[in-house]
Design a protein. Structure first.
Length: 255
């Protein structure tokens, strides 16, 4: 980001601006921002992470995180929002990482919608975070523009701050097989006993929710069944292939 700065925020006028920015990004109803200035004020005052990104004095992104379990080792990043396509999100996460390391923390966790390809690519490939748990309807019903009309399934991602950044390209091992394939825009599931399982995502789930809610619902259930089922079995997501599919490694048991 050219001419940008990121700083921690404490004053109500700054936090009011963050709340309004979040409402604009999420398309929330007036007065229904994803997080209020008052809550951010309390979190900031208690020593948690609240930061804003500015370009030429204009707020273009913000992130809010608080200490999590295990205490003393982990930060939970509750919400990060930024103007799309300007590198603001990466700059915020980099700043958050430096803040966490300065506080002697070893990992950052957050939740994200597993159906949104750009978020999965950013989290897994650009940062090196890894999904650890599938959370069905985590936030209950949501009525903002991004999530409206869909269930709020999330995956809990964990970013190991002590690990090296992974390579961008994921090499698929021989025998990798699809459990969920994008077939002409619709989800197509298949049973497979492969050790490495591939789970495709729709091209644009947010647009699909508006154009074809039935298809969006089918994708939600298919990803819940495949990715959620594998994570529940103890499988590990090891990468995101070609910006469109999860690569999942089953746990092998040696007798």
């Amino acid at each position: 980001m050219n001419g940008s700065t990121i700083r921690e925020l404490h004053m109500m006028e700054d936090l009011d601006a963050v709340s309004l920015l979040y409402a604009d990004i999420w398309g929330s109803q007036p007065g229904s921002s994803p997080i209020s200035a008052e809550v951010m004020r309390a979190l900031s005052h208690a020593g948690n992470y609240v930061a804003g990104a500015y370009e030429d004095g204009r707020l273009v992104g913000a992130s809010v995180a608080f200490f999590g379990e295990p205490i003393g080792t982990s930060l939970h990043s509750h919400i990060t929002g930024a103007v799309v396509g300007r590198g603001v999100g990466l700059a915020l996460k980099t700043h958050q990482r430096q803040w966490a390391l300065a506080h002697r923390l070893r990992r950052i966790t957050w939740t994200f919608d597993p159906l949104i390809r750009r978020n999965a690519y950013f989290n897994l490939t650009k940062l090196g975070a890894r999904p650890e748990e599938y959370l069905t309807s985590f936030y209950g019903a949501m009525d903002d523009t991004i999530n409206g009309g869909d269930e709020s399934d999330r995956v809990l991602a964990a970013w190991d701050l002590t690990a090296p950044f992974p390579p961008e390209a994921v090499e698929l091992p021989a025998g990798a097989a699809h459990s969920l394939r994008n077939h002409e825009g619709r989800p197509e599931t298949a049973a497979t006993g492969a050790e490495t399982v591939l789970i495709d995502l729709p091209d644009d789930i947010e647009a699909l929710r508006l154009a074809d809610p039935g298809a969006a619902r089918a994708w939600r259930l298919a990803v819940r069944e495949t990715l959620g089922g594998l994570l529940a079995e103890g499988a590990r997501v090891i990468g995101f292939h070609e910006r469109r599919r999860y690569v999942v490694q089953r746990t092998t048991t040696h007798v």
